[in-house]
Design a protein. Structure first.
Length: 295
């Protein structure tokens, strides 16, 4: 991640200079994208570093969700860059500037090499991590921008038709907009503590009832993920008479881990579900139930 950030930030300067000298929006757009990418990749690297810190009394789950927050921020940054590209392309359609195709091609080819190197470096990372997905989306957008600049340069050199430059820039912007939207939706789902993809609350409940002997009822099931990769759950279980609670809890946790990939689960045993339901009904009516003492 850090190597990709250094590569991207270093070549960004070359693309800014090349875009200004050649008058190419495709190069300037890619340089703008690279600027946000360099910052985003650096933040993503720091998020991975921060996520390794142990939990504290204030942050009892640790810092794993920082990676998801950075992923959401990365998606938003890509969105803003793509909108800027579209705006700048519209301006250039109104008054097309001259574009130097030859130097533009050289800079774009160098940019393609740098972006391929960054993509290869990041491609070995986990696809399950939203933070890594956000970083790859950034580098993939840069790679597409370089390809668009190469095609635009070749067309300009062959025909002199400069509108191809903003046209291809808008095409790249639309492609990265859709990818950024997908990333933001996934990150927002994690931040809102939605159920992880592939985990269905009702199916998990049915599976536990069918697989764990002695469990009479499963309720209050909540599923969420800390960072898009580590899944967690809480639930209440009512047991049949005579079943050891410790054995039941261990069996439920083991089933959740092996069958559903839930690495951390909190299981609460309801010993008297009828008493609990009665207290819940009293609270709905505004009545506070007092505990009954056995004599």
């Amino acid at each position: 991640m850090l190597i990709a950030a250094i590569l991207t930030g270093g070549f960004m300067v070359a693309e800014i200079i090349g875009g200004m000298l050649t008058g190419s929006l495709a190069l300037l757009a890619d340089a703008g994208h690279m600027f946000t990418d360099a910052i985003a990749l650096a933040l993503a690297w720091y998020a991975f570093h921060l996520a390794d810190k142990p939990a504290t009394g204030r942050h009892t789950y640790g810092y794993g969700r920082v990676k998801t927050l950075v992923a959401y921020t990365n998606g938003l940054a890509i969105f803003l860059v793509a909108l800027w590209i579209c705006y700048e392309a519209w301006r250039r359609f109104q008054a097309p500037p001259p574009v130097l195709g030859g130097p533009m091609l050289v800079v774009a080819l160098l940019g393609l090499v740098v972006n391929i190197a960054g993509f290869v470096i990041l491609h070995g990372g986990s696809r399950e991590s939203l933070n890594m997905r956000g970083a790859i989306v950034h580098v993939l957008g840069d790679l597409l921008g370089s390809l668009a600049a190469i095609v635009a340069a070749l067309v300009i050199m062959a025909t002199g038709w400069t509108p191809i430059d903003p046209i291809l820039s808008v095409l790249v912007a639309v492609l990265i907009l859709s990818t950024a939207w997908s990333l933001m939706r996934a990150a927002a789902h994690v931040l809102l503590e939605g159920s992880p993809p592939g985990l269905d609350r009702d199916l998990i409940t049915q599976d536990l009832l069918a697989s764990v002997k002695g469990v009479r009822e499963i309720h209050h099931v909540h599923l969420w993920s800390i960072d898009g990769a580590s899944n967690m759950a809480t639930l209440h279980a009512s047991l049949m008479d005579g079943l050891d609670a410790h054995i039941a809890v261990d069996a439920i946790k083991q089933r959740l881990f092996t069958q559903h990939g839930i690495s951390h689960a909190t299981v609460e045993i309801d010993y008297d579900r009828r008493a609990e339901d009665g207290r819940a009904r009293d609270q709905v009516r505004g009545v506070t139930s007092q505990p009954r003492h056995l004599h």
